[in-house]
Design a protein around this ligand. Structure first.
Ligand code: DP6
Length: 326
């Protein structure tokens, strides 16, 4: 009744922003991402019949009931699927720098889905695990897999086909993914609330949904051809389109800070100097930069000179979520 799993965060090349079904957490569109190495969440789940509630610990601190609610709701789902009635100890640690503002629900719920399902005796196939992880967080469905991954919105009302699948192995295209940390401030509107508010109030939400279809096709082709210029251009387009959409919500959602804009300007300048680097930004101010390994030193040097960048974390495409043997 105990299992430990590791999962890595992923960064979306084509973004997910909006839900088709809030209860089942089915995304309104597909998305495409790359899972990264080095950053990870490790989660141990042990069911124990002596407990009268789930005890959730994150980075050594026990969460209060309000903070633990999302994890407890996920554990209720695993109990329902497995028939297990016991509560559990859930102990999770991230190896990300605590002040990097990178808290990732993707690696968190991918590791929890794998550890909790195994601890409860459920033997799930990767696609089923992806659907389970999605119930915790949409982006977590992608972190079940390594390398380049596509998430499908699916067509089934029960969400069984709203799952991810790998489209290219990590080692088949070893790009560098830099994370330029521009703030350690964690106070912001979380993705779930932000996307629900956007869907409700933005006049552009329907165009976002319909235009993403073509972006997914083009991104799939760009990754297939290992064409960084094409992938990079599309990645920036999807990112800027998502942030434009966020700005058009009421009230408008602004996730960027000065450092975010400094990095974007720098990447555009480097491209004018023939350095092939591309940026993307999620629901926070950090910027992820993708480039070929040959360009790493120039790009890193340019970013490290910016007053708005406090730290640069270097990653590459990384592995799938996995169980650790005891
Ligand atoms: C901007 O997966 O965090 O990072 O399903 O509500 O938990 P929930 O949302 P989440 O949203 C990720 C949003 C994003 C874009 C992306 O990763 O595709």
């Amino acid at each position: 009744m105990k299992a430990t799993a590791i999962a890595h965060p992923n960064f979306a090349l084509i973004k997910y922003w909006g839900k088709a079904d809030r209860t089942l957490n089915i995304p309104a569109t597909g998305s495409i991402s790359v899972t990264v190495d080095r950053l990870l969440t490790k989660t141990e789940v042990s069911f124990d019949n002596a407990l009268d509630q789930d005890i959730v610990t994150l980075d050594g601190n026990q969460l209060d009931p309000k903070e633990a609610a999302r994890v407890v709701a996920f554990m209720d789902l695993v109990r329902k699927m497995s028939g297990c009635r016991w509560f559990a100890r859930v102990n999770s640690i991230n190896n990300f720098p605590a002040d990097a503002g990178l808290a990732s629900s993707a690696s968190a719920f991918a590791a929890l889905a794998l550890a909790a399902s195994n601890a409860a005796g459920l033997k799930m196939k990767p696609g089923e695990l992806s659907a389970l992880a999605r119930r915790g967080s949409g982006s977590a469905a992608r972190s079940i897999f390594g390398g380049y991954v596509e998430m499908h919105a699916g067509t089934s009302p029960n969400g069984l086909d709203a799952i991810a699948n790998p489209i290219a192995e990590a080692s088949s295209w070893p790009l560098v993914i830099l994370i330029a940390v521009t703030s350690s401030d964690v106070k912001r509107i979380n993705s779930t609330d932000g996307m629900n508010m956007t869907a409700k109030t933005s006049p552009f939400f329907n165009s976002w949904i319909t235009s993403t279809q073509k972006d997914l096709e083009n991104m799939r082709a760009g990754i297939g051809a290992r064409d960084l210029a094409r992938v990079g251009e599309l990645m920036e387009h999807s990112c800027l389109k998502m942030h434009g959409l966020m700005l058009s919500a009421r009230p408008g959602l602004i996730y960027w800070n000065d450092g975010t804009l400094q990095v974007i300007e720098t990447i555009r300048r480097l491209r004018r100097q023939r350095q092939n680097a591309y940026f993307t930004v999620d629901a926070g101010p950090q910027v992820k930069v993708i480039c070929e390994p040959d360009h790493l030193l120039r790009v890193k040097e340019a970013l490290s000179r910016l007053s708005g960048v406090s730290r640069i974390i270097e990653t590459m495409p990384g592995p799938a979520a996995r169980l650790l043997e005891d």
